[in-house]
Design a binder for this molecule. Structure first.
Ligand code: SF4
Length: 404
């Protein structure tokens, strides 16, 4: 059975990351596509609540905690990262205890968010600012952009610079542009290595699937801007490139190559991964894993580069722009079809609500399928119905290939 050996090292890297909070002098909380590099330049150790939400989903704990958040006034139909995370907090529990030896969440000295992904993060993080009586600062870029132009970048540069006083006050350190440059450079290096890791799946058989990617993306999310992330992706990339050279991949032969759009279904990663492999199908790429490629980072102009990179991310773009991203990925990864995960509680990262899959099929001829589900709340996901839909979709693709 195919296994990525570097996974063993991943466990160690993540363990070290979480254990590091026990010695932290200053901690900042940040959104997953927030200004982690700027925060690290002040010496903060950076904690990401979305990572905690994903852990709650993957460990099947989310459904247990969501009711506590609902009782506190949060709708059960908003982001289930938010509701499961807040519910766990209200229940005074966290899987960080059993998985990484932390008794409780790392206590923030500063909370920072970027609404480039959704407005939900502002409400979610503000809840914690009240709980901890902690300063909070936010970046609010223009959203749903066709193009990211000079005006948008200049606006976001000012917002990045606007959070510096809060960082200085919470860290007790003056802003150091040279340190910011260094961190951004390291972050760029990790980001490009991560991009190369994902691009190994352009090969057939693919050496890493979307499902593996959701696990191996840990360091690019939580350790962005650290040498640990760079070192990890160098080792992972070497292994995957070797596998490509030796013709080794997740499958011996792929009958079908699929692109996944939208959030992972954290509580069903194993089930879905097995389902595709049993059907000789590799899910070779995704919008989700590609979201942490920030190849515009440039230490020579750190504010402009950060503003541009964090504003032009896929989730922050118009459907017109997203169509172009999809067309490129379809060619790059030679996919036979796209599955859109229509996530019940994440409107922002679901692209099947306004006819995009149909338009994509009309323009490219590529088959698309929409499956309903959720990132953490598996009450919105039907195993039986989704299995039937996915298997039928794969059969249809195989029929099309035979006929063409
Ligand atoms: S993008 Fe979706 S899943 Fe992520 S924090 Fe926002 S609403 Fe939640």
């Amino acid at each position: 059975m195919y296994k990525i050996k570097t996974t063993r090292l991943l466990q160690e890297v993540m363990q070290n990351y979480f254990q590091g909070f026990l010695q932290s002098s200053k901690i900042a909380w940040c959104t997953s596509a927030g200004p982690a590099e700027l925060l690290r330049s002040f010496g903060f150790d950076v904690y990401f609540p979305e990572n905690h939400g994903a852990l709650l989903g993957a460990t099947h704990k989310a459904e247990e905690y969501i009711p506590a958040a609902v009782k506190c006034g949060f709708s059960g139909h908003i982001c289930s990262y938010t509701t499961s995370d807040i519910g766990a907090w209200l229940s005074n529990e966290t899987p960080l205890k059993t998985h990484y030896g932390l008794e409780k969440l790392p206590q923030p000295d500063l909370i920072v968010y970027n609404t480039n992904q959704c407005r939900e993060v502002e409400d979610w993080f503000t809840f914690y600012a009240r709980q901890f009586n902690c300063p909070i600062a936010g970046i609010h870029p223009p959203r749903y952009l066709n193009e990211v132009g000079k005006a948008e970048v200049e606006l976001v540069i000012k917002q990045f610079q606007g959070i510096i006083p809060a960082c200085e006050q919470a860290s007790g350190k003056k802003f150091d542009i040279d340190r910011f440059r260094e961190v951004l450079k390291i972050s760029c290096e990790a980001s490009i290595l991560w991009q190369k890791v994902l691009q190994t799946s352009r090969a057939s058989p693919a050496p890493i699937t979307f499902f593996d990617g959701t696990i191996h993306m840990g360091p690019i999310v939580v350790l962005r801007g650290t040498q640990a992330a760079v070192d990890y992706y160098k080792i992972l990339l070497e292994e995957l490139e070797n596998n490509v050279s030796n013709g080794i991949g997740c499958l011996k032969e792929e009958d079908c190559r699929i692109f996944w759009d939208g959030m992972p279904i954290w509580g069903r990663l194993r089930m879905l991964s097995d389902l595709f492999l049993q059907n000789n199908t590799a899910v070779v790429a995704s919008t989700y894993c590609n979201s942490w490629i920030f190849d515009d980072f440039d230490e020579n102009d750190p504010f402009e580069a950060s503003a541009l990179a964090y504003t032009k991310i896929f989730i922050n773009r118009s459907e017109t722009a997203k169509m172009e991203f999809f067309k490129d990925w379809i060619i790059d990864y030679r996919v036979d079809g796209i599955i859109f995960h229509d996530s019940k509680t994440c409107f922002n990262n679901s692209n099947a609500k306004f006819g995009l899959p149909q338009r994509l099929t009309e323009e490219t001829g590529l088959p698309t399928l929409v499956i309903e589900g959720d990132l953490c709340d598996t009450r919105f996901f039907s195993d039986a119905q989704s299995t039937t839909k996915i298997e039928t979709f794969i059969e249809q693709i195989e029929d099309i290939k035979v006929l063409s």
